[in-house]
Design a protein around this ligand. Sequence first.
Ligand code: ADP
Length: 515
Amino acid sequence: MAAESTKNPSSLTSSSLCHMCSPLQRINGFVRDSTLLSLARTFTPPSHRETPNVFIYWNYAGSSNVSVDMANRDVLTALSQIIDPDFGTDIVSCGFVKDLSIDETSGEVSFRLELTTPACPVKDMFEKRANEVVTELPWVKKVNVTMSAQPARPLYADQLPKCLQSISNIVAVSSCKGGVGKSTVAVNLAYTLAGMGARVGIFDADVYGPSLPTMVSPENRLLEMNPETKTIIPTEYLGVKLVSFGFAGQGRAIMRGPMVSGGELDYLIIDMPPGTGDIQLTLCQVVPLTAAVIVTTPQKLAFIDVAKGVRMFAKLKVPCISVVENMCYFDADGKRHYPFGEGSGSQVVQQFGIPHLFDLPIRPSLSASGDSGTPDVVSDPLGDVSKIFQDLGVCVVQQCAKIRQIVSTAVSYDRSVKAIRVKVPDSKEEFLLHPATVRRNDRSAQSVDEWTGEQKIQYGDVPEDIEPEDIRPMGNYAVSITWPDGFSQIAPYDQLQTMERLVDFPEPLTSHANA
Ligand code: ADP
């Protein structure tokens, strides 16, 4: 950073950040004059000492050699040795430590670790290490760690219909063709996540060929409607909530509209109709998907299918977190046979950067359990197929947590430099925008005439020093910005990326997860 970086940010008026510079200073839409427009680097790296999520309760009774601050610092410093392998950040900075209470007289320390999901694959490790590192402090006599998970809630709950507001992650299981094992993967993945401790639901969205009714055997095979709320009550099998057109009976009309009341869910698995046409696209637009898993078979041609799937989800900014190659091989006569060739897994990795690839064997048991109404991972939980689903489950849990993290911090208002900070998901790109520029670039009907394209909002209508009141992610593709006059602007990342940027960008922050 240049010498300006030491400037006091409060001396930077909003006009010093604005883009009203001479045309010479604008190159490719970027403001280049760093002397006029430099931004102070005022960031202090996220410090666990200031973590607002941590509440300290201190028992003042009795005397102590350890001060409140010291004890607090000791515990948080000890806990900050524990790194979340997914976020690459320590658990204190991640905001996982809650309700810290220290009893000075007895040397007893209690706290809760609130993880992003009850299916967190490293929760036991966190609990054990947290116990160990705090016990090692010389003044500590007893440690009480409790584990919990954040309440189920999508990142952008306010913009969603009520029935989707209490679902944390929605994962689409998709394939380009029928018969490749999409439903088999969806159902076994759902029961694997449930086995990991999550609250799970399956929505079988295949109108013409619903397969859920043959793959699971709920006692109640008919969906009911709550007459008061006019919402569908899902049926249930082994703790997993189920909705399928196959359970709708004669009253298929009740499936119109998304009004299903499933209660709180950590993961909703959507078994998508096969293909990548308009039906699938519309479904993806209506439901705010967190991520997608693509199922395919190893034939050479199947690569084209995967590409189609990845492209469809990319259009909607839904990350594909893994590809499952089903029916890859079978073992016979002491040898492994690959009847369809060895697949295009490595090509998928190279071309689309989807690193998580799972190969499933051809197994009569997978087919038989599908027909018997008990998923394979339930009937043979220790088998090698269950092991593969376990790995897929861990991948889904970790990737969803990462996506939520990235999305929730992707666009924020940085009060210290009075600028909107944008970190484009799925890229290393990070830049600052002047709030007034963002507001002036609103493309909604309120600002631009939809028919004539005429600009309704004038430059001077937006005060130079306008500041956003609230910024929230909307799915993976846009943010909703609330301004002081009550106007709510929807700004897609694509649009933010084309706006004129502020230069002398302060070095990126070390990631500060505020789970
Ligand atoms: P899709 O949802 O893609 O149409 P399904 O999951 O319904 O496909 O699977 C089609 C058929 O193939 C089902 O009878 C299922 O039990 C069977 N099947 C799927 N995967 C395997 C496998 N790996 N080994 C053996 N049979 C399988």
